[in-house]
Design a protein around this ligand. Structure first.
Ligand SMILES: Cc1cc2nc3c(=O)[nH]c(=O)nc-3n(C[C@H](O)[C@H](O)[C@H](O)COP(=O)(O)OP(=O)(O)OC[C@H]3O[C@@H](n4cnc5c(N)ncnc54)[C@H](O)[C@@H]3O)c2cc1C
Length: 380
């Protein structure tokens, strides 16, 4: 038993980590995505953060993030975990009506239902204050119009949690609100974007053309939309950090294995410091990012949304940067094999960039830390 067991994580978390790692090893890089999703759901891993009374594991983001990290480290990350149980599950569990919780949480917990999350818009991008998808009140509910871009997994999700705006009756200003839009709702159109990514989850451009929704499609309270939205964003950042860390660990593990075996001079290539040191450096940086992710998850699970906000942003930043560097060095370590399909690292060159861009770019996190943490003035 490691001396850190029970110190940096509880015995239950360590046991969960090894069980998920074993599941990941069984499925591996060439996994059948649907089979892995179904098995992870059945074992309770996908909804480990959701309330036990609705079929979840009753634990928190510390547990959910370690599930995603371990699957990624085994070469089979499940991207939809970032949106379905982490963002959508959290928002519904914290702010949904009883009916919404009963309708969605058991399915999100066991993975039999999935929910995508759409906030990004073509003309808003990083500036989500600029989104224009708008909900008008109708006699029997809402009419939603607008467009979204880069939304992941809309084709495999039963519904998408769409961030829109409603008009404040008193001031006339538009305020954010969250709506559950079923996949086949009339007027809800999706077009896949031709991405250079090999992942199972596709990204979509969405058009909401006067989509009619019942009154109970609105999640929670119309006047607290911003608060509800923020509640989903910390889990999103923690999970993106986990996604990046898993991928980085996977790449380093493959590279180290190769560097121990490949020999073109007297010693294996891993004996050359020009190969060994960058791998050691990448490993250190992944471990550092992991500590920050742990901090963010612990603060979030303790109910400190503000403290978790800063840590979650920093963890996402650090993990994405460590992942990009780890993948770059891993590919290089394999020489020509780094670019073959057989060794499976070349595709990660593109995939590793995702966490640097989404859900919030590296620069927007640097802006956040400059302004919120350091108190520097804003240029925009
Ligand atoms: C694989 C993938 C999956 C995604 N999945 C989802 C999803 O499921 N749901 C969803 O809603 N969205 C999703 N996104 C969208 C993602 O969140 C956005 O791409 C991201 O927020 C950046 O927005 P943008 O692409 O419009 O870039 P832009 O906002 O146009 O930014 C372009 C560049 O300008 C920089 N920049 C912008 N403003 C500033 C500033 N003030 N200071 C300094 N630099 C700045 C950015 O850092 C970036 O480098 C996904 C994206 C990808 C790539």
């Amino acid at each position: 038993m490691s001396v850190t067991e029970g110190v940096l994580e509880t015995e239950e978390q360590t046991a969960l980590r090894s069980a998920v790692a074993a599941l990941g090893r069984r499925h591996g890089r060439d996994h059948d995505h649907e089979a892995l999703w179904a098995e992870a759901g059945k074992l309770g891993y996908l909804g480990v953060n959701l309330p036990a009374e609705y079929g979840g594991g009753g634990a928190g983001m510390a547990e959910l993030s370690l599930v995603l990290e371990e699957l990624g480290a085994a070469g089979c990350p499940l991207l939809m975990m970032i949106v379905s149980p982490a963002i959508c599950g959290t928002v519904i569990a914290r702010f949904g009506t009883d009916a919404q919780k009963r309708a969605w949480l058991p399915g999100l917990s066991d993975g039999s239902r999935t929910m995508a999350f759409g906030i990004t818009e073509p003309d808003a991008g990083s500036n989500s204050h600029r989104i224009t998808t708008t909900a008008r009140r109708a006699a029997d509910g809402w009419i939603l119009s607008g467009s979204k871009v880069f939304v992941s997994g809309v084709d495999i999700a039963d519904a998408t949690l769409i961030v829109g705006r409603t008009e404040d009756a008193r001031t006339g200003t538009l305020k954010p609100c969250l709506f559950i839009v079923p996949r086949d709702a009339p007027g809800f159109h999706r077009t896949p974007i031709d991405m250079e990514l090999t992942a199972r989850e596709k990204q979509f451009e969405l058009t909401l053309d006067e989509v009619r929704l019942p009154a109970d499609a609105l999640v929670g309270d119309e006047d607290a939309g911003l608060l509800q939205l923020f509640a989903g964003l910390n889990p999103e950042r923690i999970m993106t950090a986990a996604f990046a860390l898993g991928m980085g660990r996977y790449a380093i593990e493959r590279a180290v294995r190769y560097a121990k075996e490949r020999q073109v001079w007297k010693a294996p290539i891993g004996a050359h410091q020009a190969i060994a040191h960058p791998l050691a450096q990448a490993h250190i940086e992944l471990e550092l990012a992991r500590l920050m992710m742990r901090k963010a998850a612990v603060l979030y699970d303790a109910g400190d949304d503000t403290g978790a906000g800063e840590a979650a942003n920093m963890a996402k930043y650090a993990a994405a940067e460590a992942c990009v560097k780890a993948v770059d060095q891993a590919v290089h370590t394999l020489g020509g094999n780094g670019l073959t399909r057989e060794f499976g690292l070349a595709a990660l060159v593109t995939a590793s960039r995702v966490a640097r861009i989404a859900p919030v770019s590296r620069e927007m996190i640097l802006n956040y830390v400059s302004h919120q943490t350091l108190g520097l003035p804003k240029s925009y």
